[in-house]
Design a protein around this ligand. Structure first.
Ligand code: NAG
Ligand code: NAG
Length: 395
């Protein structure tokens, strides 16, 4: 007699369920270690807006800060640079790097070293510029898809401790930190290789002649930072601005060449250079490509806001060195041509020759050429190509 191999329907069902469960288990395990997508689900994008003083980074910072998906902090390294007595930029850079790493991971405890014992949210440098610190869960004032007002935020959102800041940070898909205190990329390599971070670097540069003019307008505000940039060397007062400018230009070359000419594999596709002048001429186009690079969506509300803040009146205010106001960005970007003496223009061009040619700024050969606004000094750049960002596991 042939043995009957009868398998009941319920047994089949059980087997199917067991197999399904095994598949699920196996897949989740596979996803965790496997090459399908090496980043854990729901992980954040970390953006470092890397720039220098007076280069439009407050504005670009606001473009991030006002986005409903962004947790933004402005210049956290300020705390490091001002806490330590008379240091040089070189000594401080690892401390700055480690500070950024902790902040990207929403660990605010790292600030303890730099803040007074009984600190509040308002102890953070320029805290009220961060929309996230004026919105729930940090503060009930501004809904997350609305635009924050610093003045009102400063009056109503300060609370004791940084618990609320930390809590807020964890609820956003993007953490954006703006820094003006980096002069090289190498110290950031461990962050780029950190499997817990998905770091993108936006390098914002501006015509050094315009930076020079803008720095001179608020020279007092930079004294302390100048000393750190110059490693506490103290040249004649008239020379300080030029020497700092030279350091800034050198750093642009160092950073851009490192990222573009021979990038290590973990840097590929993670660096984007942006020129202030391109943003001033074509704000929406440039900002769209910046958003695309970091994976943020544009909205009509944001488009309207960007239009308003880049098409206001006036040539920029002298008093408020760190304020962004509505002004005509395209005019502001050319203002140096009528106000900076040609002798200074020539000097800056000499000191920043390499940077200007690398970043696409034409030099002028005479005062006449400087003042003729129809002579375009901006070398057009290749249209930005979105490049595929390699998965962490393949680096
Ligand atoms: C923090 O706020 C409290 C009042 O809420 C105040 O007494 C304290 O001085 C503030 N601390 C700092 C460092 O501003
Ligand atoms: C922000 O709020 C202050 C005080 O309420 C107000 O005077 C100012 O006009 C507001 N700024 C903007 C840009 O709405």
């Amino acid at each position: 007699m042939v043995p009957r191999c009868r398998v009941g329907f319920s047994t089949v069902l059980l087997l199917v369920i067991l197999q399904g469960a095994a598949m699920v288990l196996f897949c989740s395990w596979y996803v965790q270690i496997g090459p399908c997508d090496s980043r854990p689900p729901n992980s954040k994008v970390h953006v470092l807006l890397l720039s220098s003083w007076r280069s439009g980074s407050s504005f670009l910072g606001q473009v991030f800060s006002q986005h409903p998906s962004v947790f933004y902090l402005m210049e956290p390294a300020w705390h490091v640079w001002t806490k330590v007595q008379k240091p040089g930029a070189r000594v401080l850079r690892m401390a700055v790097r480690d500070l950024l790493r902790s902040l990207f991971r929403c660990d605010l405890s790292v600030m303890d070293a730099y803040l007074p014992e009984d600190h509040n949210v308002s102890s953070l440098f320029m805290w009220s510029h961060s929309r996230a610190l004026c919105s729930p869960p940090a503060c009930p004032l501004t809904l997350r898809d609305q635009f924050s007002n610093q003045t009102q935020c400063a009056q109503r959102c300060d609370v004791r401790g940084l618990q609320k800041v930390q809590e807020a940070c964890t609820t956003y898909s993007h953490v954006v930190l703006k820094e003006v205190r980096f002069f090289e990329l190498e110290s950031l390599y461990p962050l780029l290789q950190d499997p817990n971070l998905d770091l993108r670097i936006i390098h914002l540069v501006r015509d050094p002649r315009a930076v020079m003019r803008s720095r001179e307008e608020s020279a007092k505000a930079f004294e302390r930072d100048n000393a750190v940039v110059l490693e506490q060397r103290s040249p004649r007062a008239a020379e300080v601005q030029f020497q700092v400018m030279q350091e800034i230009c050198r750093s642009h070359v160092r950073i851009n060449e490192r990222a573009v000419l021979k990038p290590p594999p973990f840097l590929k596709g993670r660096y984007k250079m942006v020129r202030y002048e391109d943003i001033a001429r074509n704000p929406l186009k440039e900002i769209n490509s910046v958003y695309e690079f970091v994976g943020l969506k544009m909205s009509t509300l944001l488009e309207d806001w960007i239009y308003t803040v880049t098409h206001g009146k006036g040539k920029g205010s002298k008093k408020e060195a760190f304020q962004i106001t509505s002004r005509n960005a395209a005019d502001v970007s050319q203002a140096w041509r009528s106000t900076l003496p040609h002798s200074k223009v020539k000097r800056v061009q000499e000191l920043c020759k390499g940077a200007m040619s690398l970043l696409g700024y034409r030099t002028v050969n005479s005062e006449k050429e400087q003042k003729r606004l129809d002579v375009d000094l901006l070398v057009p750049r290749e249209p930005y190509q979105f490049s595929w960002i390699p998965a962490k596991s393949q680096q």
